[in-house]
Design a protein around this ligand. Structure first.
Ligand SMILES: Cc1ncc(COP(=O)(O)O)c(C=O)c1O
Length: 465
């Protein structure tokens, strides 16, 4: 475990509890990202709503996991399992989960969904939105195509927005599972009236799986207050923990009801290292009964610094800082352009990791521009050079109003102090579409988070995960 004197603890202590401001971020937070900022001095990274930036501390954390192996060989499992527990505990805090064992590490969000589908002994009738991330969508469709689930997809309206009424209408007696995203990944729409949808699903006898991948780390998430039965997510984006550190949350009530999944392995046994084989197998208590086989251990170390940073900084405070920047936006010309760039979609990250951005036209808007630019329905790529980005962003800003913004102002702030002085606010980011902030007030916890809105599938470009 990190010592109390480590740079991350020291920086968080120096940051103090007050609302964030640029001077304190610059003094205390930037140095935590020195490595990645050094490499991006001439670039503006706009894909932080996809692959988040790593903290410098991640390197040492991963080395710590490896060092245990070099030093202790098989004995490393004590250190690794301690990190496993700590990883689950940190995620539980981020999720608002009552108990760490309710968080079951997985290497993808889709694995979490599969475990839930495989907790039923008969095909489940599933309601999902058309806007779920590809990874969950493809699993649901395969299950449906092979007769292992029945799938009802809820469509967005003509503007690409999903509405609670449409979702509620689709949930009927016999629905077993409802799969929803708290924040729609393509648009940033915060799903409205989530608490009411969950309550309706429960009345109809259905359980709810919430995909929080595009919310966690950006918006305060509280799975207990929302009353969801399951949640899936991962560290790739706003938790700055890279690929593979994903999870499934299983609510205590579901565990207490004895719900189990077929997707288990020997780590789900009561005493895995006893190598006993009673029949039927005796599984561990609580969420440990959902564990799988020999897990990848380094992902827990890889995810540690991002989790600690997010917990220490506070998601609500980060969110507030983003909002404050946006509220000042009209004072600055560049940010006025940013105001029009509602939705950036990152289409491709080249091998040298310069961000290439794509913008797309909202299907129902800006007809006046439809003849004006041949890129209207296409991706508009930014080539990673600040000057070009600025020009392109201005050009895009004339007609593209539904571009997804990278959600994390903090990351953009890092970048902007380097080459991008003039773009400081242009490149500001907000995870959740501003008009949807209101939706949060309808949710159980009343804390603020957001994202943008979903756009029609006919314009569906490939979007980086
Ligand atoms: C909303 C959402 N869910 C899930 C994922 C990823 O799913 P998986 O871990 O199965 O690849 C992403 C993107 O990375 C996402 O945006």
């Amino acid at each position: 475990m990190p010592s109390a004197a480590d740079p991350l603890d020291a920086a968080l202590a120096a940051l103090g509890p007050a609302p964030l401001d640029d001077a304190r971020l610059r003094a205390h937070v930037w140095p935590l990202f020195a490595r990645v900022l050094a490499r991006s001095a001439q670039r503006v990274y706009l894909a932080n709503h996809s692959l988040g930036r790593p903290l410098d501390a991640m390197d040492a954390d991963v080395r710590e996991g490896l060092a245990a192996w070099y030093a202790d060989l098989g004995g490393a499992w004590s250190a690794w399992m301690a990190e496993h527990d700590a990883h689950r505990a940190r995620l539980a805090r981020l999720l608002g989960a009552a108990r760490p064992d309710t968080v079951v590490p997985r290497t993808s969000a889709a694995q979490g969904l599969r475990a839930v589908l495989n907790s039923a002994d008969a095909p489940l009738r599933v309601v999902a939105t058309r806007g779920e991330f590809d990874s969950l969508d493809v699993v649901l469709r395969e299950y449906a195509n092979r007769g292992r689930a029945r799938l009802d997809l809820v469509e967005p309206d003509g503007d690409g927005e999903f509405h609670a009424e449409a979702i509620v209408r689709a949930i009927v007696p016999g629905t077993g599972l409802v799969v929803l995203s708290q924040v729609m990944f393509q648009s940033g729409q915060v799903l409205p009236e989530l608490g009411a949808i969950v309550a309706h699903a429960h009345r109809a006898g259905a359980r709810v799986l919430l995909d929080v991948y595009h919310a966690l780390g950006v918006l305060p998430v509280d799975v207990a207050a929302l009353g969801v039965d399951f949640a899936v997510g991962g560290a790739y984006k706003y938790l700055r923990g890279g690929p593979g550190a994903c999870f499934l949350y299983v609510a205590p009530a579901v565990l207490d009801a004895g719900v189990r999944t077929l997707d288990i392995g020997w780590f789900a046994k009561e005493a895995p290292f006893a190598y006993a084989r009673p029949d039927p197998p005796r599984l561990a208590a609580g969420g440990d009964a959902w564990l799988e086989s020999t897990p990848p251990v380094l992902t827990w170390y890889q995810a540690r610094s991002g989790q600690r940073f997010t917990l220490g900084t506070g998601v609500a405070r980060l969110r507030e800082h983003c909002r404050a920047h946006h509220e000042n936006a009209d004072k600055q010309a560049a940010d006025a352009v940013a105001q029009r760039l509602d939705h950036f979609a990152v289409l491709h990250t080249s091998t040298d990791q310069q961000a290439h951005l794509g913008a797309r036209q909202h299907p129902g808007q800006h007809a006046e521009h439809q003849q004006a630019h041949h890129h209207r329905d296409q991706a508009v790529f930014f080539d990673g050079s600040v000057a070009n980005q600025q020009r392109t962003a201005h050009a895009v800003g004339q007609w593209q109003r539904n571009l997804r913004r990278a959600p994390d102002h903090l990351d953009e702030f890092f970048t902007n102090d380097h080459a991008a002085h003039g773009d400081q606010d242009l490149l500001e980011v907000l995870a959740v579409h501003r008009p949807h902030d209101e939706a949060l007030k309808c949710q159980a916890h009343g804390t603020g988070h957001c994202h943008g809105h979903q756009h029609g599938g006919q314009h569906g470009h490939h979007v980086a995960p």
